[in-house]
Ligand binder design. Structure first.
Ligand code: BTN
Length: 322
């Protein structure tokens, strides 16, 4: 287990966006300037944009607004547990490893994920402090069959949350991405354990680009954007997160009580591809048509030459066919 304490102390010092000399940082941490320089290199690998000016020291290109567990607990008191891990492999994995000990609504957040993951085995690039990496555990008594609908309602909750902070034009993309101006803003990864016929244990992972530095996104393979782009000035990060967690909990409770029924209209209003030409990638096959929203099972309704047909299943990807 690597000890990150000195690096996290360095980050807290640099978070103000001011210059800090190597000597002052060395004195604070009881180490040489050379040792500080090595730690700074690691922080740069974590995606922090730290630069050095001769005679002035180290500085972050932008101040950091760090997550604060006690503040989050105050702002979201109805959640059973909120854990902030500055550095983690994956917030989803953390909760999956502890499913037996958690209550519905337990949350894990990180500033940096070493092995953040996306759907289809892809990596989720997770630079330190600039985005949100958040997972919530939920026990779904209705079982695995209800999980597909759940991931759609999470998309609705996220898009409505963006709108609440001025993000007009933030949209959902079936089954579970957020888009702004046809670029990806956030991704949702729902992972589950459980037996058929029993309650499903879900971990809902959300990766939301807030202010992703361009250099950190070099490995991102599709067009992407930031919430800052969609909303302009954002409120303090802890307020933003607490509002998201509160909304998500309310949304999941509502889904448990009513199923998808209350969400179809909300989804269709927010649907990025409603009435637009799309293609569905289903294994090696492609089906082209016009997207006509979702039905009460959460299936994508696709209009082809033969009529409007429902498409459902985790193996289907949707692409624009403009
Ligand atoms: C996608 O492929 O679009 C889904 C991305 C989900 C990323 C989030 S970040 C928090 C949580 N932890 C992970 O390892 N992945 C999810």
């Amino acid at each position: 287990m690597v000890e990150h304490g000195p690096r996290l102390t360095l980050i807290r010092q640099l978070a103000d966006g001011q210059f800090h000399s190597g000597q002052a940082l060395g004195e604070l941490l009881g180490m040489s300037r050379a040792a500080i320089a090595k730690h700074i290199q690691v922080l740069q690998q974590w995606g922090l944009d730290i630069y050095r000016v001769q005679g002035k020291g180290y500085c972050l290109s932008q101040p950091l607004d760090l997550l604060d567990e006690s503040q989050l607990k105050q702002l979201a008191p109805s959640l059973p547990a909120i854990l902030v891990k500055p550095v983690i492999d994956s917030t989803n994995q953390y909760l999956l490893d502890r499913v037996g000990e958690l209550s519905s609504g337990a949350v894990c957040l990180a500033e940096y994920q070493v092995a953040g993951r996306g759907r289809r085995g892809r990596q989720w690039i997770s630079p330190f402090g600039s985005n949100l990496y958040c997972s919530m555990y939920w026990r779904l008594d209705a079982g695995m069959a209800a999980a597909m609908g759940l991931s759609l309602v999470v998309g609705v909750a996220l898009a409505e949350w963006c709108e609440a902070f001025g993000g007009d034009g933030v949209k959902v993309k079936w089954p579970n991405d957020l888009y702004y101006q046809d670029q990806k803003l956030a991704g949702i990864l729902v992972e589950m354990t459980g037996q058929a016929g029993e309650a499903a244990h879900l971990v809902i992972g959300m990766g939301i680009n807030l202010a992703m530095p361009a250099q950190a996104a070099e490995g991102v393979t599709q067009p992407w954007t930031n919430l800052q782009q969609a909303c302009g000035v954002l409120p303090a990060r802890n307020e933003l997160v607490a509002d998201l967690l509160n909304r998500l909990q309310q949304t999941l409770l509502q889904y448990e009580a009513q199923g998808l029924a209350g969400f179809v209209e909300r989804w269709n209003r927010l649907d990025n591809f409603l009435n637009r030409p799309v293609k569905l990638l289903i294994g090696p096959n492609e089906v082209r048509g016009i997207a006509r929203g979702i039905n009460h099972q959460g299936a994508l309704m696709l209009e082809t030459e033969t009529g409007i047909h429902p498409y459902l299943g985790g193996e289907i990807s949707l692409r624009s066919d403009a």
